[in-house]
Design a protein around this ligand. Structure first.
Ligand code: GTP
Ligand code: NAG
Ligand code: NAG
Ligand code: NAG
Ligand code: NAG
Ligand code: NAG
Ligand code: NAG
Ligand code: NAG
Ligand code: NAG
Ligand code: NAG
Length: 457
C-alpha cells in the first residue's frame, strides 16, 4: 500500500507515566520458546517483572541476541510487518521481541514515519494505569488534497482525550477525532504454534525504548543496532542472497541479510518493515520457510471462529456464497470508490452471469456476503445493491456478534467488540466459494490468502 510521510508537529499532552514492566509473556501464561529453558508461572496477571525472570537471566547469560521492529498502520499492515519480522528473526537467528497490535476502532492515525518520529509517536500509546485511565487519544489531521497521499492525511497531531477539538478545528483547519485504541497481544488472535517451533520470541508490552533496553539490560549506545532511519517509507530492501539480481524498485537502498547477520549488537532494531515486497527471498530455504509461514498465520481465537461459523451457517454454509470485499472508506480508497464498486460488479457479473434479478430464484449460487468499511446506505455502494438482489452485510448479523461483547483484552479490560468486527467480516468472506477483492488493500490480501486455505481452520 502506498504510504508517504506526513509532517508531524505533535505536542505531548499526556504524561507517559512509567510502567515498570515492558516485556511480558503471553496471556496464556506460558513461556513460548521453541525450546523452553524456563516455564514461568505468572501469578499476578499483568505484572511480570522481567528482571526477576529466570528466562531472562538465562537469555542474557547465554548471549541471546534480539531483534525487534516498529509497527504502524492498520491491523493487516501490522500483520505483514509481523510476518516479515518473523522471517528476519528466523534468518538472522535472533530472538524476536514482538510488539503488541496497536488496534484502533476505525482508521489508524499511525502511519509510516521516519524511525525516530514513529518511535516517539508509538511511545505515547500506553496501557491504562493509575495516572492514565482511558485508552483514548484525540488525533487531529489536515487533509491532503493532492493525489499522492494514500491516507489522505497530511499533518497529524496527537493529543489526550480531553483536548478541545473545536478550538483546534477553528484555529488550524484541522479535523479532529477521538479514537479508542488498545494494545493487544498477537497470540490472542493468531495461532503461533508454527512460529514457536521455528524461532524464539518474547512479547513486548509497550513502545518505550528505555523500558526495552532496561529490560534487556543492554547499553542503548553500544549494544543496539538501529537498522535504518527510514527517511522514506520504502527506504531499505532486504536481500536473502548477496547474489540476487532483483532490482530495488521503489526502495532506496539494498541491504544483504548476510551483512546484518555479522552485526555483534545484542539488539537489532528495525523500524518500518512493511510490505510484502520488502524482503527479497531467493534462497530455497527462505522460500520454503515463507511459504509455510504464509499458511500458518491463522486466526485461532475460539470465540471469533465460533461467531464466524455461526454467521456462515446462517448464509447457507461454507462455499455456498460469494465473498466480496469493498474497501471504500478512507484516503486512496475514497477517491476510487466508484471505480472499485464498478470493478467488483463487472468481475462478478462476468464470472456469474447467472446472477441477475431475473434468475435470482434459481438454485445457482446467488448469495453474496459483502464486507465493507462503509455503511450499507453509503451512496457508493448503491449500484452494487441495485445490481445484486441478495447481498448480506455484517449488519444483518449483529445479534450473532454478541459473544464478542464478552471478549476483553486481559491487559487493560477493553471490550474487544469494536476492534474485532472487521476481522469477523474478513473471516466470513474468506469462507466463500469465490472471493472478490479490492486492489491494494492488505485487508483484501489477507482475506484472499485465508480464502485459499479456509478449510484448514
Ligand atoms: N468492518 C469492516 N472494516 C473494514 C473493512 N475493510 C477495512 N475495514 C476497516 O478499515 C480500516 C483500515 O483497514 P485495516 O485493514 O485496518 O488497515 P490496513 O491494515 O492498513 O489495510 P488496508 O488499508 O486495507 O491495506 C480499519 O479500521 C478496518 O477495520 C471491512 O470489510 N469491514
Ligand atoms: C537455564 O538454562 C539451563 C539450560 O540452558 C537450564 O538447565 C536451567 O534450568 C535454566 N535455569 C533456569 C533458572 O531456568
Ligand atoms: C507452575 O504451576 C503449576 C500448577 O500450578 C505447577 O504444577 C508447576 O510446578 C509450576 N511450575 C513452576 C516452574 O513453578
Ligand atoms: C522487580 O525486580 C527488581 C530486582 O529484583 C526489584 O528491585 C523490584 O522491586 C521488582 N519490582 C516488582 C514490581 O516486583
Ligand atoms: C543461533 O543462536 C544461538 C544462540 O542464541 C546459537 O546457540 C546457535 O548456534 C545459533 N544457530 C545458528 C544456526 O547459528
Ligand atoms: C473550546 O474551544 C472553543 C473555541 O475556541 C471555546 O469556545 C470553548 O469554550 C472551548 N471549550 C473548552 C471546554 O475549553
Ligand atoms: C537507536 O534508536 C533509539 C530510539 O530512537 C535511540 O534512543 C538510540 O540512541 C539509538 N541507538 C543507536 C546506537 O543509534
Ligand atoms: C461516484 O458516482 C456518483 C454517481 O453515481 C457521483 O455522484 C460521484 O461524484 C462519483 N464519485 C467520484 C469520487 O467520482
Ligand atoms: C486490479 O488489479 C488488476 C491487476 O493489476 C487489474 O487487472 C484490475 O483491472 C484492477 N481492478 C480494478 C477494479 O482496479
Ligand atoms: C446512513 O444511515 C445513517 C444511520 O444509520 C445516517 O446517519 C446517515 O446519514 C445515512 N447516510 C446516507 C448517505 O443516507
Amino acid at each position: 500500500m502506498a504510504l508517504i510521510y506526513i509532517k508531524i508537529g505533535f505536542i505531548i499532552l499526556f504524561v507517559n507515566s512509567f510502567i515498570s514492566i515492558s516485556l511480558y509473556l503471553n496471556h496464556r501464561r506460558q513461556a513460548q520458546f521453541s525450546n523452553p529453558t524456563a516455564i514461568i508461572n505468572i501469578t499476578n496477571s499483568n505484572e511480570f517483572n522481567i528482571s526477576n525472570s529466570n528466562k531472562y537471566d538465562n537469555l542474557t547469560r547465554h548471549n541471546e541476541k534480539f531483534l525487534t521492529y516498529l509497527p504502524h498502520d492498520g491491523f493487516n499492515n501490522q500483520g505483514i510487518e509481523l510476518e516479515n519480522a518473523i522471517f528476519l528473526a528466523w534468518f538472522l537467528n535472533r530472538t524476536l521481541i514482538i510488539p503488541p497490535i496497536l488496534y484502533f476502532v476505525g482508521v489508524t492515525p499511525i502511519i509510516a514515519q521516519p524511525y525516530d518520529k514513529l518511535y516517539d509517536l508509538l511511545s505515547r500509546f500506553i496501557h491504562p494505569n493509575n495516572n492514565f485511565k482511558e485508552n483514548k487519544i484525540t488525533f487531529c489531521f489536515s487533509e491532503d488534497k493532492t493525489e499522492s497521499n494514500f491516507r489522505g492525511i497530511k499533518d497529524v497531531q496527537i493529543f489526550d482525550a480531553n483536548y478541545n477539538t473545536s478550538s483546534s478545528f477553528q484555529e488550524n483547519q484541522r479535523y479532529c477525532k477521538l479514537v479508542s485504541y488498545t494494545l493487544y497481544n498477537w497470540e490472542n488472535l493468531i495461532d503461533f504454534s508454527f512460529v514457536r517451533r521455528h524461532i524464539k520470541y518474547i512479547h513486548r508490552r509497550d513502545f518505550n525504548f528505555k523500558h526495552l533496553v532496561e529490560s534487556l539490560n543492554i547499553d542503548p549506545n553500544t549494544e543496539v543496532y538501529n537498522v535504518s532511519s527510514d527517511e522514506y517509507p520504502y527506504q531499505v530492501r532486504y536481500y536473502d542472497s548477496s547474489e540476487s539480481k532483483a532490482e530495488l524498485g521503489k526502495y532506496k537502498k539494498r541491504v544483504n541479510l548476510i551483512t546484518l547477520s555479522k552485526k555483534p549488537q545484542k539488539l537489532m532494531h528495525f523500524g518500518n518493515v512493511f510490505s510484502s515486497t520488502r524482503i527479497i527471498k531467493e534462497l530455497q530455504k527462505s522460500k520454503n520457510f515463507w511459504k509455510k509461514l504464509m499458511n500458518k498465520m491463522l486466526p485461532n481465537n475460539p470465540i471469533i471462529i465460533n461467531v464466524v461459523n455461526t454467521i456462515v451457517d446462517k448464509i447457507g454454509g461454507m462455499n455456498s456464497f460469494i465473498g466480496v470485499h469493498a474497501r471504500l472508506g478512507d484516503g486512496y480508497f475514497v477517491k476510487n470508490q466508484n471505480k472499485t464498486v464498478q470493478g467488483l460488479i463487472k468481475r462478478i457479473q462476468k464470472d456469474f452471469k447467472v446472477i441477475s434479478i431475473e434468475n435470482h430464484k434459481t438454485s445457482l449460487p446467488s448469495v453474496i456476503f459483502l464486507a465493507t468499511d462503509v455503511k450499507r446506505n453509503d451512496t457508493s455502494l448503491q449500484p452494487f445493491f441495485q445490481t445484486f438482489p441478495c447481498v448480506y452485510t455484517l449488519d444483518d448479523f449483529a445479534d450473532l456478534l454478541e459473544p464478542l461483547k464478552f471478549l476483553k483484552n486481559p491487559e487493560d479490560g477493553m471490550i474487544m467488540y469494536k476492534f474485532l468486527t472487521p476481522l469477523v467480516d474478513l473471516l466470513v468472506i474468506s469462507r466463500s466459494s469465490k472471493f472478490y477483492k479490492t486492489n491494494k488493500s492488505t485487508f483484501s490480501s489477507y482475506a484472499g490468502r485465508l480464502h485459499k486455505i479456509s478449510d484448514t481452520f
